[in-house]
Write a protein that binds this ligand. Structure first.
Ligand SMILES: NC(=O)c1ccc[n+]([C@@H]2O[C@H](COP(=O)([O-])OP(=O)(O)OC[C@H]3O[C@@H](n4cnc5c(N)ncnc54)[C@H](OP(=O)(O)O)[C@@H]3O)[C@@H](O)[C@H]2O)c1
Length: 288
């Protein structure tokens, strides 16, 4: 059955939960609140249902490929495809000691970068024409954190491939494990955000590649992918120090998730495609 469907990852709280709420109002189809914890995910979905919103819970841990495959199978059988994908799940550790850094870096890159790749691998084949993909990134993912000019040039290159990007992220993790990340041209510690900037640099770079791939492999299908920074939002992630409310933080992600379909003679260039967006405005890749 070809009924419309939207998926938001890491949606049991914070910005993701607010994106789900807004999509329930703006998108005419089933909105899936997905979460890694069944308990937290179901509780969040039930609280929205009590408020009269039509939302469904689906288990999805972005670091657990089995849960993604199950979700993909379910979406295919229930909806025959997917119309909105919002890659929102993320973690941030405020590294306190150098000893904790390698473990935290592994988890940060596994969730924030490889998690997006995992989800896209299994959910992209479901995307229907006019689908919208939003990769939640951050302005903190700034190229100033890359000291090696060759790596920096690669990351902002228009010919970067997914394999090359995956390789750079692996190189980074290897350097963190070995403790020679500075000599290898990366930073990340003692910066207060640990591996988080590197993970979001990866998400922004990946978005540009993904748009290029859709344009080459499915020309005319009007599939749009953007990397959206929600701004500095008061959530658990920011220890509620952010200056924006979750409603303000969800505004640009929802705008990007509901970009109107482009068909016929309309100029596709009017809409952001494969861009870094903040406050509904296209900005260059931070630091490029
Ligand atoms: N807040 C900001 O100022 C800000 C700024 C720029 C970008 N962002 C980005 O916005 C997104 C949402 O952040 P937030 O501020 O709303 O943070 P948050 O309140 O901490 O929410 C993060 C969400 O991600 C989920 N998550 C973590 N690991 C996961 C996994 N392996 N699989 C599935 N879900 C997982 C968490 O689930 P649990 O409850 O199970 O942990 C939670 O639902 C993140 O990508 C973040 O990097 C936030």
């Amino acid at each position: 059955m070809a009924s419309p469907a939207a998926v938001v990852t890491g949606a049991n709280k914070g910005i993701g939960l607010q994106i789900v709420k807004e999509l329930c109002k703006k998108f005419s189809g089933t909105v899936y609140l997905t979460a890694r914890s069944a308990q937290r995910g179901k509780a969040a979905a039930e609280s929205l249902q009590k408020d009269g919103l039509e939302v469904e819970y689906l288990n999805l841990d972005v670091t657990n490929v089995e849960t993604i495959k199950q979700a993909a199978k379910y979406l295919r059988s229930e909806h025959g495809g997917l119309d909105i994908l919002c890659n929102n799940a993320g973690v941030l550790f405020y590294s306190k000691t150098k000893e904790d850094f390698p473990k935290e870096a592994e988890e940060t890159i596994a969730t924030n970068f490889f998690g997006v790749l995992n989800v896209c691998e299994y959910l992209f084949p479901l995307l229907r024409p006019h689908a919208r993909v939003v990769n939640i990134t951050s302005g903190v993912g700034h190229l100033k954190y890359i000291k090696d000019d060759t790596i920096k040039q690669k990351l902002k290159s228009d010919t970067l491939t997914v394999d090359e990007l995956r390789d750079i992220m692996q190189q980074y993790l290897k350097a963190v494990r070995q403790g020679d990340y500075e000599e290898k041209g990366f930073t990340g510690y003692p910066d207060m955000y640990g591996a988080y900037p590197m993970s979001k640099i990866g998400v922004t770079a990946l978005t540009r590649i993904q748009q290029r791939m859709f344009d080459q492999e499915r020309p005319g299908d009007d599939i749009i992918v953007n990397a959206v920074c929600p701004g500095y939002v008061a959530t658990d992630m920011t220890q509620h120090k952010g200056v924006l409310t979750v409603m303000q933080g969800a505004d640009t992600p929802v705008y990007a998730a509901t970009l109107p379909p482009v068909s016929g003679d309309a100029a596709p260039s009017e809409l952001p495609r494969g861009q870094f967006i903040i406050n509904r405005k296209v900005r260059k890749f931070p630091g490029s």
